[in-house]
Each structure stands twice: as structure tokens, then as C-alpha cells.
Design a binder for this molecule. Structure first.
Ligand code: PLP
Length: 416
């Protein structure tokens, strides 16, 4: 078990000092230094072991250092590393073909991150509306949704604290109530170019859309002639037990944004598109220097081939049910918890309104007990184990969360 960060070893203190001295202060410091990982476990600089239920925020689908990935990327790097989009490379074309074959979409646009994928998807949608002679250029997004930190993506992200410092943002964004079917007719009208929604809201704390809501959004977008974009940056690529989370719902969007787990730990994003939507942007209108580079595409193809297997995804669903049941039992027993929620291995526990502590205290207490988790929304703690997590590791993680809550419930910590 690890000690609290209050008395870090000298090397950690030096790193913390350097980070505070040299980095722009955008992340809470000091932070735990990780030096090594394997599967669902990581080790810090002092040699302490942790169960990692953050997975690099839903990136490390196959856990830390999956056997074979480094060799595949190194082989590609020795042959051809970066060459830019001035030239073709076989790994990217092959990956695009695999994504098309496995999802039924017709075209792929590569980028480097989730936010870039959202930017691109919304650009495709606006250009598509213009190409069809539609007047509508607005976007509809939903409360609680998180789509990224760049212009279009931030404008459609709900959290006011993320948006307000940068206003004025992209105009013409309307926010609706997530999971409310009433009012969609007026929210999504002919003035709307695109509707963007996460089938399972990740940053908000693993909040799944209801089937009725997603179906109603699809129907209303179609009726209004708006493009429907699913942001599956966090919930996609097997995290919820299907390659795309939307497959749980039987609802299909016109475009899907993937990132996080796609690149196997290297930065990569992809927008899956219908052929009609893809044709809305002409050559040169949008692009990126690094996007679809051979090394990242190699890592992605390697990851995709392992995640998108029926037996693997069935196991993710079983593990998800195990984690859901254990968290539901905890929520029923713990006065500080209001509920457990999520889908597949994208899970959260929400703190009860009367809990005398917040998610940050839970994250810190879990870390002290050798479990890494992260906040979700204002009052929840997210659990994002790698998709290769074992039943024993799930049991161990929930036991540590339980101990962390015992510690907090009995210590009478003040609300932050
Ligand atoms: N969309 C969703 C649903 C996300 O969860 C995130 C990041 O957490 C993003 C978009 C932005 O992705 P990135 O941080 O790679 O830009």
C-alpha cells in the first residue's frame, strides 16, 4: 500500500518542484509520478503498486504495455515514421479499411485527438448543410456533454467553467436536456446543421443515454435534416462492451468520433462518416500534419484487431456486469453513495448529497489505498479499468474503494 503524497521521497519532491516551476499550471500539482505499468497495474517512482482504474482516461484498453504493441510500433518506426498527408502510407489506408469493414461506415477522416475529431465532424456537418442548400448552421448539444477543448468542440461542451473564460465562442449552439425526449421538436429544427451527443456521457460521470432518448434524437435529426454525430471518444472502441456504444441501442448516427483507445496509447482520432457526409469537404479545406501517420495507425490497427473480437467484447460485457453489481451493492450499503451507474466498463459511483466529502477526497483516499480512479461530473467518481481487467482485480478495486469510503465516512472530512 502506498503512503499519502504528503511526504514524498526526495526524487518525487524534485519532480514536483520541476513541474511546478516549468509547466503552465493547467493540471493540479503535485501529481503522482508513474514509471511502469503492466496490465491493470502501475508502479510509482517509489515502487508502490496501484490498480489503475483510470486507464489513462479510457485510453489503455488493453492495459499497460500489452505484449506485442511496442514491437509492432517499433517495426513501423524503423521502416517509415512520419511522412505527412502529402504522401500515402499503407498502415493508415489499412486502418481506414478495417474501421469501415467493422462499423459499416463508408469513409474515415483521421486526426490526432478527440477534440479534433469533434471539430472535423462539426465542420463536415456545416459544409454538408451548405452543400444541400440548407440555411441551418446551428449545433445542438446536451447538458453534461463533454466534447473537447478547442473552438467548435468547446462550444458544444456543457460545463460552463470550461467555456466561460473563452467566450465569445462559436455562435449558434443550443443545449438540450440529456435524456429528455420532451422538447426535442423545438430544439432540433431546420436551423440545425448537427446534433452531437455521447451515447454514454463520460466526463459527466458515466451517464448512459436512455434508449428512448437516443432513438428520439435520431428521429428528430432525420426529420429536421440535421446530421447526427455520436461522440464515442470515451464510450467507444469496446469500452462499453460493443465496438461502438451505440450498438447497444440499435441507433446509428451519420458520423461517429473515435479517439482515446483507438491509438493504443498513441494520439489518434478518427471520424467515421457516410460517403455523402464525407463528400461535403473538398481537398485542402481541412486536414492535419500528423493525422493518420504510419506509427499511430499501426498501433491502432493492432488494438482494433484485438478489441473487436466477439469473445473479447463478450468478456468486457461480463466484467462490466460484475463491476456494476459490486458497485450497486456498495451504493446500497454506503450512506455516502447515492447510486452506481454506467455501461460496460465505463462506470461511476455518485456521492449522496449529504456526503461530507467530495469526489476529490475519494480519489485521494483510493490512491492512498493503492487504487487509481478519477472524478466524473461534480459529484461522482469514475472507474475505467482496462478492458483486460480480471475478476480478481475488479474485486480488489471495489474492496479498496469500500475501505476508502469507510475512512472518509468515519473521519468526518469537511465538504470541499
Ligand atoms: N469527447 C469526449 C466524449 C471525451 O471524453 C473527450 C475527452 O475526455 C473528448 C471528446 C476530447 O478528447 P481529447 O482530450 O483527446 O481532445
Amino acid at each position: 500500500m502506498t503512503q499519502a503524497l504528503a511526504s514524498p521521497p526526495p526524487a518525487a519532491a524534485a519532480l514536483a518542484h520541476d513541474e511546478a516551476r516549468w509547466l503552465a499550471p493547467l493540471y493540479p500539482l503535485p501529481r503522482l509520478e508513474l514509471v511502469r505499468g503492466r496490465g491493470a497495474r502501475v508502479w510509482d517512482a517509489a515502487g508502490e503498486e496501484y490498480l489503475d482504474f483510470t486507464s489513462g482516461i479510457a485510453v489503455n484498453a488493453l492495459g499497460h504495455a500489452p505484449r506485442g504493441l511496442a514491437a509492432a510500433v517499433a517495426r513501423q518506426m524503423r521502416e517509415l515514421g512520419h511522412c505527412s498527408n502529402l504522401f500515402a502510407n499503407r498502415p493508415a489506408a489499412g486502418l481506414a479499411g478495417e474501421l469501415v469493414r467493422r462499423t459499416g461506415y463508408e469513409r474515415v477522416f483521421f486526426c490526432n485527438s478527440g477534440t479534433e475529431g469533434v471539430e472535423a465532424a462539426l465542420k463536415f456537418a456545416r459544409a454538408h448543410a451548405a452543400a444541400r442548400g440548407r440555411a441551418g448552421r446551428d449545433f445542438v448539444a446536451f447538458r453534461g456533454g463533454f466534447h473537447g477543448r478547442t473552438g467548435f468542440a468547446l462550444s458544444t461542451t456543457w460545463t460552463p467553467a470550461y467555456r466561460e473564460p473563452f467566450e465569445p465562442l462559436v455562435p449558434g449552439v443550443r443545449f438540450g436536456e440529456f435524456n429528455a425526449t420532451d422538447g426535442l421538436d423545438t430544439l432540433i429544427d431546420e436551423g440545425v446543421a448537427a446534433v452531437i451527443v455521447e451515447p454514454v456521457q463520460g466526463e459527466a460521470g458515466a451517464v448512459p443515454a436512455t434508449p428512448a432518448f437516443l432513438a428520439a434524437v435520431r428521429a428528430r435529426a432525420t426529420a429536421a435534416g440535421a446530421v447526427l454525430v455520436f461522440d464515442e471518444v470515451q464510450c467507444g472502441l469496446g469500452r462499453c462492451g460493443r465496438l461502438l456504444a451505440a450498438q447497444h441501442y440499435g441507433v446509428r448516427a451519420d458520423a461517429v468520433v473515435l479517439s482515446k483507445a483507438l491509438g493504443g496509447g498513441l494520439p489518434l482520432g478518427a471520424v467515421l462518416l457516410t460517403a455523402e457526409l464525407a463528400a461535403a469537404l473538398r481537398p485542402g479545406v481541412h486536414g492535419s500534419t500528423f493525422a493518420g501517420g504510419a506509427p499511430a495507425a499501426t498501433a491502432a490497427a493492432w488494438t482494433l484487431a484485438r478489441v473487436d473480437r466477439p469473445q473479447f467484447l463478450a468478456r468486457v460485457r461480463r466484467r462490466g456486469e460484475q463491476l456494476a453489481a459490486a458497485l450497486a451493492a456498495l451504493a446500497a450499503r454506503r450512506p455516502s453513495l447515492a447510486e452506481a451507474r454506467g455501461l460496460g466498463l465505463l462506470r461511476a459511483v455518485a456521492l449522496a448529497p449529504q456526503a461530507p466529502f467530495g469526489p476529490a477526497e475519494v480519489v485521494a483516499a483510493c490512491r492512498d489505498l493503492g487504487l487509481l480512479v478519477t472524478r466524473g461530473g461534480e459529484r461522482a467518481v469514475r472507474l475505467l479499468p482496462p478492458l483486460v481487467v480480471t475478476p480478481e482485480e475488479i474485486g480488489e478495486a471495489v474492496a479498496r474503494l469500500d475501505s476508502a469510503l469507510t475512512r472518509l465516512e468515519t473521519s468526518g472530512a469537511e465538504q470541499p
